[in-house]
Design a binder for this molecule. Structure first.
Ligand code: SAH
Ligand code: SF4
Ligand code: F3S
Length: 487
């Protein structure tokens, strides 16, 4: 994931780690401090929360000591994600003992999953708001002030926060997340998200294009369209594909992506996450058609064995998945592909694990996020199957998967040596002031000597060296901004 400008990114969100959002503001008044854990969706939601609270007179602060309200946007995806948040909440509890007026609230997936228990049984927080209840936050904060129990964990069938213009928490940033849909209807057996985020719903495409146009005007040069399953984005269409209102146009994901790509050829378009069972050739063809849609697809496989995929309720087989990979390689030959893999899912045999490794050899992923299975309460897997792979076996299999991926990532980067790639400059490299960094379209981090260009500009970089994580090279050309198609 990209470095969000001024924000302090503690770690990569998809791994259930923390992203700390901070923004300084000099305006006097009530101060809000927001900390985000989990996926990009949570990061994006925190910007919606900041917007809702700013309408109620709050400004965001990077200094927790001056905050009147502390909100922690949480993740439930794996047990360790929740443990981390609990530890943080205990720290906040000590802070509250010193400052009884401080309001501490929990948002996001843990709030939805645990509902009142953090407030009533564990007395760790004053306020609990689920992912569809953020419009209610100003009321909830007021209720805390009057000594009431402030809880709203209602899930909605239609809330998309479409009309809310998010407050970007990385002032001067160049890359932004734009949520295009919420919830998930898939019910993968290991996954808690359908329980914490509710039913799938898509956002009005015109509000999405407006938001992207506005971001471009403010200097942003990259948008990532977010949804748990972007391929099932649909506007004015039922899940069966029937038109809801015949007087209105319909929009599917391929069409939405094209609309966003047309905002400007200088605005890069990315998206996450694609689902193998739903990813169409139409989406791939639109990607191939527009240079500013990045040739990078995150296509989580989870396991390389059909029986495991069946137990996971993923809705595809190994063969189906490999057919989708073939389609990507055929339609977008230079496309980078990354994945998510879970090791030690219920009943996973050694042979099934070997088939995950063999699938990795076939696909040759450029990058992967890899996890040990963590049983989550209420999920189908928890109810139907035994979490029977011993912890050390899960760990050993995870290490094998990680070792293979490191070799594939290095090989993928080595294939880039000698090529010239287009990079969106993000700023100074973390390790050195005389170097700058940015990502190429394939989402690789590229480091190069600083020069007469700044963040937000595009440069052509000839790749000379690499590690499994980074490409290193020389700038051979600084690109002039392209004319926008709209002008
Ligand atoms: N919507 C996305 C994934 C969201 S969660 C998709 O369908 O691909 C991100 C990743 O976390 C998943 O792809 C999966 O690999 C991992 N994950 C989800 N639940 C998990 C669990 N119970 N244990 C371990 N990893 C899990
Ligand atoms: Fe979870 Fe599956 Fe939905 Fe992804 S598609 S959020 S893994 S239920
Ligand atoms: Fe975590 Fe919820 Fe995202 S469980 S991964 S924050 S949707």
């Amino acid at each position: 994931m990209t470095d969000h400008g001024q924000n302090k990114v503690i770690d990569e969100g998809r791994q259930g780690e923390a992203i700390l959002l901070e923004q300084s503001n000099d305006v006097q008044g009530k101060k809000l401090y927001v900390e985000s854990y989990g996926c990009q969706m949570n990061f994006s939601d925190s910007e919606v929360v900041a917007s809702i609270m700013s309408n109620d007179g709050y400004t965001t602060t990077r200094n927790i000591d001056e905050a009147d309200v502390v909100l922690i946007n949480t993740c439930s995806i794996r047990e360790n994600a929740e443990t981390r948040v609990r530890n943080r909440l205990t720290e906040f509890k000590h802070r509250k003992e010193q400052n009884p007026d401080l309001v501490v609230g929990i948002l996001g997936c843990m709030a939805e999953r645990l509902k009142k228990s953090l407030l009533e049984e564990e007395k760790l927080v004053d306020l609990v708001a689920g992912p569809d209840a953020y419009r209610d936050l100003p009321n909830l904060v007021e209720e805390v002030g009057t000594g009431q129990k402030a809880v709203n964990v209602l899930l909605s069938r239609d809330e998309t926060y479409a009309d809310i213009s998010p407050v970007r928490l990385d002032q001067g940033g160049i890359s932004a997340f734009v949520t295009i849909m919420r919830g998930c209807d898939n019910m993968c057996s290991f996954c808690v998200v359908p329980f914490t985020r509710g039913r799938e719903r898509s956002r009005d495409p015109h509000t999405i294009v407006e938001e992207c146009t506005d971001l471009f005007a403010k200097g942003y040069r990259e948008v990532t369209l977010l949804g748990q399953n972007v391929d099932s984005y649909r506007w004015n269409l039922t899940s069966k594909g029937e038109i809801k209102d015949t007087a209105q146009p319909t929009t599917n994901f391929a069409q939405l992506m094209e609309m966003v790509a047309l905002v400007s050829p200088d605005l890069r378009v990315r998206f996450s996450t694609s689902h193998p069972k739903d990813m169409t050739d139409e989406v791939l063809e639109i990607m191939a058609k527009y240079e500013n849609i990045c040739p990078y697809i995150h296509l989580p496989v989870q396991s390389g064995h059909t029986d495991v995929l069946y137990r996971m309720n993923r809705g595809y087989s190994r063969e189906w998945y490999l057919d989708r990979i073939d389609a990507i390689k055929r339609i977008i030959p230079d496309c980078a592909i990354s994945t998510d893999i879970i090791t030690g899912f219920c009943g996973e045999t050694e042979q099934e694990h070997q088939d995950t490794l063999s699938l990795m050899d076939i696909v040759q992923y450029d990058f992967a996020y890899m996890f040990k299975y963590s049983e989550r309460p209420k999920t189908l897997a928890e109810r139907r199957f035994e979490d029977d792979v011993p912890e050390e076996v899960k760990g050993r299999r995870l290490n094998e998967v990680i070792d293979k991926q490191l070799a594939h990532s290095l090989a993928s980067h080595k294939r880039q040596i000698g090529k010239t790639v287009k990079v969106l400059v993000e700023g100074k490299s973390k390790r050195s002031d005389v170097r700058m960094c940015g990502r190429d379209g394939r989402n690789s981090m590229v480091v190069f000597p600083a020069g007469a260009f700044d963040k937000g500009q595009y440069v052509m970089v000839r790749i000379e060296e690499c590690t499994s994580a980074t490409l290193l090279g020389e700038v051979v050309e600084v690109l002039e901004p392209a004319q926008t198609l709209q002008s």
